[in-house]
Write a protein that binds this ligand. Structure first.
Ligand code: F6R
Length: 612
């Protein structure tokens, strides 16, 4: 949540920062601002999107080669001009941008007020810049030293960037539990919440570790110290990321582009890890810890949102194929309920961003309690990827639409590989069935391709159902988590109330909601529960509910009674989620577009939830 950019170099900072903020807008988009050091300190900030800030500064003097910027997702204080970052202290020297929450801000604020500080916003962040100013004033300290001392008094999570009018050659950044990296260019440096703001200038980066303070100047380069004031050598990595991945490439929205990328991203998640010819599934991260996995008492999957839904599919897969007990928990609940964990447990975190605060905290707890921790992550080099003992990247590339699509199918693909690999090691499925599943998995990308050809038909259905204010999603077995995911997709981008249920549970309550105004999305592609789900559809039709069914090609019974049918290719049951979720993603997308919603940046949301 919140995006941070910083620049120090020989080029004009304003355009580089604004462009960087536009790339980081997926992290928050309720207000934005920049601070530029020229002969003094110039600050511009505005409620709304970065576009509004861009317009505001068009006629202002923003020249200067050092600056910082911020795009906000509000925590403390409503999204308006005064709460937008950067924030300043009282003497007008410092400007600071922040991602995270200063938890002890109230205590610090009272102490600072007693010293005579006055505040002009409702944010926790403003307290930090006043604290740095106070410390700097007391000891006449260098900026980086004042920042370091201030951070020793702060509780909570932060990634910050700070500039000082009286030190016009220095950019300071620091992080704890919120991401921050430094881009190293040719006699120029960048700071970013991720690498997207500066990817067209450099791919050489240093990921800051928790508690590190970076002091950057053109004379001395990047210098790192921890909050205990020990010097630390920077570890420079070169990213394998292409700038095209950050563009819409002709699609109207990032979400649509990402839905259409799925044949490729599923293939990328499998690349080098699977071969039906060699009858092999190999996940390198798993191989290193194979003994721990095969001897595990149980696996606990922790995640949030869409990643939680893929975790539920992981539970079905691992229990069904590898016969290891699995529990799936919302990371936020797991960490606060004093869970019982032992060294024989494996905790798997699933996260697209690799930065979700609750998932991080759940992993830290699991680590403390001696469990092995494994990550299934998209964002390379992210905090979760670095915290885990081992793991597997999903290799989906940057996901920019706030609603997760390709990351979901990437996660499910990796979980399928994990279950198959464990099943092989534990001999819990026959060689023939293993071969069948591997062969079928290799066919999934082309089957997704086929489903995407149904786009016009799905768009037509979306137009038909768009005006309903509620929706029910039903599925059984492997398709139950798909129902949850379908409902979440609709809610978050179209603001239509939707709920996902196991189809058989409908009789235990939700059936009371069904009438001619209730669209019911039924996923009926699993053969083992087919007859039962036909009965569930009959029950909905008998109550005049409008049925939109996803069925296998050639299906006859449901096709006869449903209002709309979307046919998809059939596959082996454990692989059905990878196909059945695609029409639901497209339906949500088209309904949201029909309703005129901001698909890529829905209200109140942000892509990377780095606060608890
Ligand atoms: C929904 C969505 C969110 C995320 C959740 C976890 O489309 O994107 O529900 O899935 O915030 O995020 P990650 O996977 O980054 O940990």
């Amino acid at each position: 949540m919140c995006g941070i950019v910083g620049y120090i170099g020989h080029r004009q900072a304003d355009e580089l920062i604004i462009k960087g903020l536009e790339r980081l807008e997926y992290r928050g988009y309720d207000s934005a601002g920049i601070a530029i050091i020229n002969n003094g300190l110039a600050i511009f900030k505005k409620a709304g999107k970065v576009k509004a800030l861009r317009k505001m500064i068009k006629t202002s003097d923003t020249s200067g080669t050092l600056g910082i910027g911020h795009t906000r997702w509000a925590t403390h204080g409503e999204p308006n001009d005064k709460n937008a970052h950067p924030h300043m202290g009282n003497n007008g020297r410092l400007a600071l941008v922040h991602n995270g929450i200063i938890e002890n801000y109230a205590v610090l604020k009272s102490a600072l007020m007693a010293e005579g500080h006055t505040f002009s916003s409702d944010t926790d962040t403003e307290v930090l810049v006043h604290l740095i100013e106070e410390i700097q004033k007391e000891g006449n300290l260098a900026l980086e030293e004042a920042v370091r001392l201030a951070l020793n008094r702060v509780e909570g999570a932060y990634a910050i960037a700070v500039v000082d009018r009286n030190n016009p050659g220095i950019l300071v950044g620091a992080r704890k539990q919120s991401p921050l990296l430094v881009g190293i260019g040719d006699n120029e440096f960048f700071i970013g919440s991720d690498a997207s703001p500066f990817l067209d200038s450099t791919k050489r980066v240093v990921y800051l570790e928790d508690g590190q303070v970076a002091c950057i100047s053109l004379e001395k380069g990047l210098q790192l110290r921890n909050t205990a004031n020990e010097e630390q050598p920077p570890f420079i990595q070169t990213l394998d990321l292409q700038i095209e991945a950050l563009e819409k490439e002709g699609y109207e929205h990032f979400m649509l582009k990402e839905i259409y990328e799925q044949p490729k991203t599923i293939l990328d998640a499998m690349r080098g890890r699977i071969s039906s010819k060699e009858s092999r599934v190999t996940l390198r991260g798993l191989e290193e810890y194979a003994n721990r996995f095969v001897r595990a008492n149980r696996i606990i999957i922790v995640a949030c949102g869409t990643s939680y839904h893929s975790g539920l599919i992981g539970e079905y897969l691992i229990e069904d194929l590898a016969r290891i007990p699995v529990e799936v928990e919302y990371a936020s609940e797991f960490r606060y309920r004093n869970p019982i964990l032992s060294e024989r447990d494996i905790v798997i975190a699933i996260s697209q961003s690799g930065e979700t605060a609750d998932t991080m905290a759940a992993l830290e707890l699991a680590k403390q309690k001696g469990a092995m921790i494994y990550g299934i992550v998209n964002s390379v080099g992210s905090s979760i990827a670095r915290l885990t003992d081992a793991g597997s990247y999903i290799h989906a590339g940057p996901e920019i639409g706030v609603a997760s699509t390709k990351a979901f199918t990437g996660q499910v693909t990796v979980l399928t590989l994990l279950a198959l690999s464990l099943a092989r090691k534990l001999s819990t499925i026959s060689n023939t069935y293993f071969q069948t599943l591997v062969r079928e998995l290799e066919l999934i990308p082309s089957k997704v391709e086929e489903i995407l050809k149904e786009n016009d038909h799905i768009k037509y259905i979306a137009k038909e159902v768009k005006d309903h204010h509620n929706a029910l999603y039903l599925g059984r077995g492997y398709n139950f988590p798909v129902a949850l995911e379908g409902a979440l997709k609709l809610k978050e981008i179209s603001y239509v109330h939707a709920e996902g249920y196991p189809a058989a549970e409908m009789k235990h309550g939700p059936i009371a909601l069904i009438d001619e105004n209730m669209p019911v999305y039924v996923t009926a592609t699993n053969k083992s529960a087919y007859d039962k789900i036909v009965s569930n559809v009959q029950e909905v039709v008998a109550r005049k509910g409008r049925v939109i069914a996803i069925v296998n090609k050639g299906e006859k019974l449901i096709a006869k009674i449903a209002d709309h049918v979307i046919e998809i290719p059939s596959t082996e049951e454990p692989l059905t989620p990878l196909l059945s979720v695609i029409p639901l993603q497209l339906l949500s997308y088209h309904i949201a577009v029909e309703l005129g919603r901001n698909v890529d940046q829905p209200r109140n949301l942000a892509k990377s939830v780095t606060v608890e």
